[in-house]
Ligand binder design. Sequence first.
Ligand SMILES: [Ca+2]
Length: 407
Amino acid sequence: MFRGLCLLFAGFCVSIVSPATASAPIPNPPPGFVDEAFASWLTGFRQEALAAGISGPVFDRAMRGVRPDPKVVDANNNQPEFVRPVWDYLASAISDTRVANGQEKLRTYPTLLGRLEERYGVDKEILVAIWGLETGYGAFMGNHRVTQALSTLAYDGRRTKFGREQLLAALKILQRGDITPEAMTGSWAGAMGHTQFIPTTYNAHAVDFNGDGKRDIWNTIGDALGSAGNYLAQSGFQTGDTWGGEVKLPRNFDYALADARVEKTMGEWAALGITGAQGGALRRDDLKARLILPAGHKGPAFLVRNNFRTILRYNNSTSYALAVNLLADRFRGKGEIVGSWPTDDRPLGRTERQELQRLLTSKGYDTGGVDGIIGGNSRKALRNWQLAQGLPADGYPTAALLARLRR
Ligand SMILES: [Ca+2]
């Protein structure tokens, strides 16, 4: 069919092979050309897969009919200018419906969840929270054929390395026979099953909890939640410990202490005047915690411990780790957080973050580049500028700070 298209566009076919234009980039070749280039790529990748131990028949069955998926291409190209504010994200992540549905799962599967908790040492509320956030308890697992989605990423775009690595891992799963190529479905980025494992995570951590010989995270809840529990256990989850919680900071607190590199024991934090969110004493022990201010000094503050960090291994996003833990706390009957979010301080868009970095750098506060990503260097630069201005040094970029930098 695509060759036919090429014939229809015969004039174009000729023009792109003519010497005058052969070296010019072709930003949007017609589908026929994509298909041929893809077929050629696939031939090369087959050699790579066979060299990595995938059998020819397994490869050929897995890749039968696979071609670049425009929906995956679109999703891969989509780099939104604005990020969702953390309070909006948390409001939908911890909606009343999700809380109620999770509580219902806890009531429906007490035996299974108890056995999972026993085996992996991870609280059942945490496992159910992950389940709820990843797929709405199995309601939205993604219906992309994983080999096609990953082939699309591996072939072209900004995630080719990720796509190749994950596609190879997916083929290994198929070769072992845990699932068929047709039933191996997932998100556009290859996250699979109830707990949305990407193939490399699956190969490293998935388990056959019900003992039927297959690690089936698509159809067996025990396998899916057991895999999540195993992953967290292997990431250093401390059985019986808490993730941390919301706290209250004293007046004139040194906000520079809210830094990923600053760790103190709960006793040390308490000595600085930090209390529980309601003003009660902190639980004092020798375990280290760090302080996070997800929306800067005007928003809620949290002390987070080791188990918070293990959730970041699952998905390296502070908002996500907060959502999992706060949702689990709601299952346990805890109320909503006490602090209020500074909803008038909208987060900066990517272009604004780049401008902020440029302005800070031009004023002598090195952000280590202008990439629009507020990482450790940018935060440090922003803090140092805030200190010099006599402002709370929370390193949290806002539109008001950007306006002040522009002056
Ligand atoms: Ca199984």
